[in-house]
Design a protein around this ligand. Structure first.
Ligand code: 8DG
Ligand code: MN
Ligand code: MN
Length: 388
């Protein structure tokens, strides 16, 4: 045995998609600190810096032991000089000055509060902060021009910042199943995102919908949204049309990482869940006196019988279902690392629609996530170990 007891030796592969990352791990006090710096870099639109901190944090999540001294980090990949400096300070002093001053800075707190509003991105939050806005209510107080999404974001701010429980996710699943089965019987509905990775709570509920008979899923989303709206389940929705076309010249690069499925970003009105997980579902047709109008925006009162929940719906053709499932399960870093692995190590291009092999100049088909990992020369990592 080479390693002594106090300096565990453990090899960690350098891409997050090559290793298993459980939801609960041993280094939360370090990863939370590094992720504050990652988040702050995102607020400053410094993507390289933010990914570097996220990768460092992710390596620590994969360790089967708690890091106690710098020696415990020997031979670990992805730990840059800056991350190591932060870790060292936390191990020695209990906290990092950089992390604590970031956490307490007015700018970080304002950016966190403003981007916490559904529909408000880093750009608008930054503009707001530079105009003196510090919190969501400043958006209303100063009469900012808000688009429909942002109006809903402000209106349901408290609800949308309250974590969605597994039980609520299951109640939403039941509604979505009912809706989908009335507009296209035989459809397959998968819970994706954080809940598929085993999370107990989430910031939203993500669904992927398909049908074995290729093509019948076309036009499903508008029908689904109509059904949900008519039953009073939707407080807000924005649907985007499918725009993906496979080309024999390989994947046309989308302008950003957004994929091109038919999708719907929505806010559901969910009736109170009872203790025993059987949801009592209410429809919203009568608005039974539980809301109150403040400054022109309807705010929900405490103790109301319903709550607002963010729900993402995606429809995929059956032939792309495996890729879509993999792409919408996350985590975001895991997805990013999968694409980087495909490109840098395999000369392939992976998206939520397809896998293209540049050397062979052809698409590689897959009917399951397992087949995609195999195409990529990776060991299969189950969803609950993709919490990078
Ligand atoms: P949370 O909601 O509990 O906070 O965690 P999550 O479920 O992991 O995060 P999410 O923001 O709901 O994202 C779920 C997955 O969906 C994640 O892997 C990233 C992926 N995703 C988006 N937007 C897009 C997109 O435009 N295209 C693709 N392909 N995937 C996307 O969030
Ligand atoms: Mn999610
Ligand atoms: Mn989502």
């Amino acid at each position: 045995l080479k390693s002594s007891e106090d300096t565990p030796s453990f090899t960690v592969k350098s891409y997050a998609c090559q290793r298993r990352t459980p939801l609960k791990h041993h280094n939360t006090f370090l990863t939370e600190a590094l992720e504050i710096l990652a988040e702050n870099a995102e607020f400053g639109e410094n993507e390289g810096r933010s990914v570097a901190f996220r990768r460092s944090a992710s390596v620590l999540k994969a360790l089967p032991y708690a890091v106690r001294q710098m020696d415990d980090l020997k031979n670990l990949p992805c730990l840059g000089e800056h991350s190591q400096r932060v870790i060292k300070e936390i191990l020695e002093d209990g906290s990092s000055r950089e992390v604590e001053s970031t956490r307490q800075s007015a700018q970080f707190q304002a950016m966190k509060a403003l981007t916490g509003v559904f529909g408000v991105g880093v750009r608008s939050a930054d503009r707001g902060f530079r105009e003196g806005l510090l919190c969501p209510s400043d958006l209303i107080r100063t009469g900012q021009k808000l688009n429909k999404a942002q109006q809903a974001g402000v209106q349901y701010y408290d609800d949308l910042n309250r974590p969605v429980t597994k039980q609520e996710a299951l109640a939403i699943s039941q509604i979505v199943e009912r809706a989908v089965n009335s507009v296209l019987p035989g459809s397959i509905i998968t819970l994706t995102g954080g809940f598929r990775r085993g999370k107990e709570v989430g910031h939203d509920v993500d669904f992927l919908i398909t049908h074995e008979e290729e093509g019948v899923e076309e036009g499903l989303m508008p029908k689904l949204v109509n059904w949900l709206d008519e039953q009073g389940f939707l407080l807000y929705q924005k649907t985007t049309r499918n725009s993906y076309l496979e080309s024999k010249d390989g994947p046309a690069r989308p302008p950003n990482n957004m994929d091109r499925f038919e999708r719907c970003f929505s806010i559901f009105k969910l009736g109170q869940c009872s203790e025993d997980s059987s949801a009592v579902l209410e429809t919203g047709s009568d608005d039974s006196g539980t809301t109150d109008n403040v400054n022109g925006t309807t705010r929900q009162q405490p103790g109301s019988s319903w709550r607002a929940v963010r729900v993402d719906l995606v429809v995929s053709p059956f032939s792309q279902f495996a890729f879509a499932t993999l792409g919408w399960t996350g985590s975001k870093l895991f997805e990013r690392e999968l694409r980087r692995w495909a490109g840098q190590e395999k000369g392939m291009s992976l998206s939520s629609h397809a896998l293209y092999d540049s050397k062979q100049q052809r698409y590689l088909r897959a009917n399951s996530e397992e087949e995609i990992f195999a195409h990529l020369g990776l060991e299969f990592i189950p969803p609950c170990e993709r919490n990078s």
